[in-house]
Design a protein around this ligand. Sequence first.
Ligand SMILES: [Ca+2]
Length: 258
Amino acid sequence: MKVKHMEIGKSHLISRTLPIFLISFGKKPIMKKFVLSAIIYLSASLILLAQPCDQLLLSESFTAAQPSGWTGDFNTSVLVEGWLTESGPTMTPLTGPEGAFMGTHYLYMETSGPAPVNASFSVSTPSISIPGTGTTTLSLAYLMYGADMGTFLIVINSGTATDTIFTRSGQQHADGSIDSWEEITLSLNDYKNASIAITFIGMKNISGLSDMAIDEVQVCHINQTIPTLGQWGVIILLLLLLSIAIVGIRQFAIPSLS
Ligand SMILES: [Ca+2]
C-alpha cells in the first residue's frame, strides 16, 4: 500500500499521546490500568511513527527527463543506453516496469543499446546536507524485472568516504506490474553534519532484458530520534511507576476522596 508522508513530527509524540494515556485511567485494578494504558500509549505512538517526515530534504518522482540538480548518465533518446524517464512500459518487452510506482513517471536504465556486457550507468542526486541531530532516511521504490537483470547499487559519497549501502543482482521481481515495485528505507544516520550525494548505479548484464527502475526517491529528516527497544522499555517502566504513584495517592494520601 502506498502511504504518503504527512508533516507530523515525532517531537509531538509525547504531547499527542500522553493525554490518551492519562484519560485511560479509571477505577480498574492497577495491572488492568497499566496494561490498558500501555497498549493505548504504544498504539498511538506507533501510528505517529508511521508518519515520519518533519522535513523532506529531497523528493523526486521523475516527471522531467533530467530531474533538477541531478547529474550523470541521463539519456533522453531510447536509442542510447542510460537512465531515462518513462511513463508506461519500457521499449523492451519482458523487462522493466509497466508504469510508475507514484505519479506519472519513473526512472529506469535502458539496456537495449550497444553497450557491452557489464557496462554501468550512474545518476546522482544534488548535494544534500544531513542535519547533526535526529534521524535521516533514504526511501525509494525499485523494480528489477528481466531474465538478464544486472546489478543495482546505491552509493553514498560524503566527500570523505564512498559507501555502498544497498546492492541487488539479478531479477528481483516476478513481473513488471505496478504491484511489483518494492519500497525500501535506508538509514543515513552515519552522515550527520555531512553533505552527501546519493548515486544510483546500474550495471547491464548480457542483454537488453536488464531494465532496472527506481521511483519516489525521498530523503526524510525526523527531528526526534526514534526510540530504541531499550528506550521503549524505560517508557513502559515509567508508565508502571506512574500507575503505582497515582493509585498510592488516591488510596493513602487523600483517603477522604476515595
Ligand atoms: Ca514517479
